[in-house]
Write a protein that binds this ligand. Structure first.
Ligand code: HEM
Length: 481
């Protein structure tokens, strides 16, 4: 099956639309009408006072997979109008409950009943990111998170910033003074270099291309339609990618165990709980694979979205540049804080293109969601993407309008869970400050070095098959200042 890239049109936004397959959305909408026939997800225990979850599966076998891939936001909007915040669909080979909007998001994230488990991720990325922090639950998760938190203290963040600042400046010297670059692969390589340097205390060197391919393959495998290890296909490439990553980290483990160091890899090797427990080799390898993926993929998506938005809105590019030009000398955490225009530009870009568009969970016991009965085993999906476009919370939600994050508007405060690009609750992104800091550092130096443009009317062809990525690599024309 051809998976079409999807475009976000910043200027004419009723359109999150397929670029490669004109007609896919009308087709999806017809399909939606033909297949629409609500059925309950399950029976409801007598006397519980709960409602059944309504929904419909769509086509046999494929369910609504095509609709989600080609028109995910439109599909969510149709579901919301017909069924409300909680309904079920069938896609990617499973039935799952869509928890739409900030109220449902809040209920799942706060997880009062401890019913929603991260094993919801297993179906998509389990074989590739097995035992990464995000895939652990409850007590075990807390134990691992407390240790990992040590790597993200303010003192460490200041050290990371210093290093990231040097790396970015060094890298920019290799960029052309004028001309067109493919921003997405360029940024991906740079952010992988930054993550490797900061988390491992080393450079990737000749392994660069091999690791990048392995990370891409493991991330994209999650939405493979063929979910078996046949010698071809995305699932297989994901498993091969995991092997490459395991081998990469495992061969470096003995040296990290043997020597002191203040990078994250060394910290994970030496850290002990109060009871004297330590991470096993397997734990460390799994944490490193997950962290490195999380650290470079999401920040690359965010920086790409900001670059595209600032090319389409040169007035915002100029405002952000003015603040960057006012900073003398090396970057510090305080000088980064003074870049307030970039703050709101990044927030707005994260709203429009949430790097993790949906967050899966699994009910591990019978529970309820906004008055609906969810039997144990139900797969659930929270959708930051949908909440970020709800007209109930955001004025003209498709428009790029960073001022919505400033006083007195502060639209993000309309609901605590309306803006959730970093998730929420116990699993809220541990790298939120580090990631934002890295994105800001990069943008700061780009603003001081270049003005950048895209052709008039350019629309980013966001490929939403797994995490969003510009299908065309995001060509940007650089003009040296
Ligand atoms: C703009 C950048 C980033 C975005 C938008 C982002 C987004 C997210 C989201 C939505 C989650 C929650 C997943 C869930 O609830 O199931 C998450 C978790 C996580 N992120 Fe990030 N992330 C970013 C950067 C980073 C960076 C730079 C790192 C590492 C340094 C990182 C490491 C993690 C880890 C380890 C978790 C799991 C936390 C836990 O389960 O306790 N992220 N991220």
């Amino acid at each position: 099956m051809t998976l079409a890239p999807v475009a976000t049109d910043w200027k004419h936004p009723d359109k999150i639309r397929p670029a490669a397959m004109p007609g896919a959305i009308p087709f999806a909408r017809v399909l939606d009408k033909v297949s629409y026939k609500s059925r309950p997800l399950s029976s409801v225990p007598a006397g519980s006072g709960l409602k059944a979850v309504p929904g419909y599966g769509g086509m046999p076998v494929l369910g609504r997979t095509a609709e989600i891939i080609f028109d995910g936001l439109g599909m969510s909007e149709r579901v919301w109008e017909r069924m409300g915040a909680v309904s079920w669909v069938q896609a990617f080979g499973i039935k799952f409950v869509m928890a739409l909007g900030p109220d449902a998001t809040q209920a799942v994230f706060t997880n009062k009943d401890k019913a929603f488990s991260q094993t919801g991720w297993d179906y998509f990325i389990g074989p590739f990111f097995n035992r990464g922090l995000m895939l652990l639950d409850f007590e075990e998760h807390l134990y691992h998170r407390r240790i990992m938190q040590e790597a993200f203290t303010r003192t460490r963040l200041a050290g990371y910033l210093e290093r990231a600042d040097q790396l970015v400046q060094g890298d920019l010297k290799r960029w052309p003074a004028n001309g067109t670059i493919y921003a997405y692969p360029t940024l991906k390589r740079l952010s992988l270099d930054i993550a490797t340097d900061i988390f491992m205390g080393s450079t990737v060197g000749e392994d660069d291309a091999r690791l990048q391919t392995a990370f891409i393959d493991t991330v994209r495998a999650g939405t493979a339609l063929l979910r078996r290890d046949f010698p071809i296909g995305r699932w297989h490439r994901g498993l091969e990618g995991r092997k490459v990553l395991e081998q990469y980290f495992r061969t470096r483990l003995p040296e990290k165990r043997a020597n002191d160091g203040d990078d994250l890899f060394a910290t994970l090797c030496h850290v002990r709980s109060e009871a004297g427990e330590a991470f096993s080799d397997d734990d460390i390898v799994s944490h490193m694979i997950f962290l490195m993926m999380a650290a470079h993929d999401t920040s690359t998506i965010t920086t790409s979205a900001v670059l595209a938005a600032l090319a389409a809105h040169p007035e915002w590019q100029d405002k952000a540049r003015e603040q960057s030009m006012a900073i003398d000398g090396d970057l510090t955490l305080d000088s980064l804080d003074s870049l307030t225009v970039l703050d709101i530009v990044i927030k707005e870009s994260l709203r429009l293109v949430a790097p993790v568009p949906s967050l899966p969970r699994k009910a591990i016991k019978d529970t309820e969601l906004l008055g609906h009965f969810l039997p144990a085993g139900t797969q659930v999906s929270v959708s930051p993407w949908f909440s970020h476009y709800m007209p109930e919370f955001w004025t003209n939600p498709y428009a790029f309008d960073p001022d919505r994050f400033t006083e007195p508007r502060r639209e993000d405060k309309n609901h605590r869970y309306a803006w959730v690009p970093f998730g929420g609750g116990a699993h809220k992104c541990i790298g939120m400050y580090f990631g934002t800091q890295e994105v800001k550092t990069l943008l700061h130096h780009l603003l001081r070095t270049y003005r950048w443009t895209t052709p008039p009317g350019y629309v980013v062809p966001w490929d939403l098959v797994s995490l969003p990525m510009p299908a065309d690599g995001l060509p940007l024309t650089l003009h040296a200042l």
